[in-house]
Design a protein around this ligand. Sequence first.
Ligand code: C5P
Length: 407
Amino acid sequence: MNDLAGKHIVLGLTGGIACYKAAELCRALIKEGATVQVVMTEAAAKFITPVTMQALSNRSVYDSQWDAREGNNMAHINLSREADAILIAPCSADFMAKLLHGRADDLLSLMCLARPIDKVPLLIAPAMNREMWAHPATQRNLAQLKADGTTVFDVGTGDQACGETGDGRMLEPEELLQDLVSFFLPKVLAGQHVLVSAGPTYEAIDPVRGITNLSSGKMGFAIARAAHEAGARVTLVAGPVSLPTPRGVERVNVRSAQNMLEASVKYAQDATVFIATAAVADWRPAQASDQKIKKDGSGATPQLDFVENPDILATVAKTPRAAAGALYCVGFAAESHDLLVHATAKRARKGVPLLVGNIGPATFGQDDNALLLVDAHGAQEVPRNSKLVLARHLVTEIARRLRATQP
Ligand code: C5P
């Protein structure tokens, strides 16, 4: 992926042990296509050397407001003018206090104060001991920085370098990268609550056996991530898959179709969009055995009767809120052939405004896919790409349709 292609990030480091994570973050930003200019405070240079950051960013590091390398001797102006964002990671409690007061007695704070506030966003990733984080002064500063337009990334929870445990760790580089990528994406689903179902279901035969299918859940998880990036509140009802939960997404784990129905109906009560990507088992054993069915050595095989599972999407699409247009329902169809014919028929059968077709065997478990969007106006092909790129495209298409239906 090249989610930060063309972006120039000024990465500011302030004094804290989390500086060691800034090295990895710098690499991650560059791998994602950004150019990175590192600016360090004097205290940051006690934790990690400018040499390391120069090698990783492939640019000279700036750490003084008296840097004679700049023709006009105004590094604070020059560096900030070309940035798409200034990201301070780690941002110490002391540096937060400085930012808050508009102090400018070192290059990094001077540059933050001198940046064109409407053009160059300031993002901070706080990192400090839990008591410092919880202190009323820090929390007051935090609130005021947000009110001043600073984007404040969350802090992590867990073991701290000081030996204590609690809130205040800097997020991991991969988490910060995701949050930064998300920051630059348009918030086309702001104010929406998106419910996504994903993965297979598992229908028990007995306590140790069951039937399931090959759905990996990757498409649904990518959609949940894309919806969150687009500013929505996201609830992800996930069948049994071991994928990591996308950042900022509320995950509800379920196992059977019946569990998935209950969770979906519950969260659909205040969702505004339902995207059903789950590969729900069509049938389940009529009676799951309480005990393991034993092989008796006679060669006899168990006789399994099946009953049909509820159709979750059709059930949700029939609820009064969906019928009234307050809940926009999107279905998926995994077919092996004649995609347009089957997807068009399925859209009508499920009673949903948008149906997304894909060729099942060509996408199950893969990282890429190709989609066919079918709505009342016709069909639109979305060519093969990574599931995340397709998910972002789908989210944009859903947002466009929502704007047309929700004044
Ligand atoms: O009927 P079919 O399984 O082909 O339909 C696929 C679509 O319907 C997907 O959006 C899937 O999540 C949804 N579905 C459902 N409950 C079922 C079967 C399918 O929600 N029992």
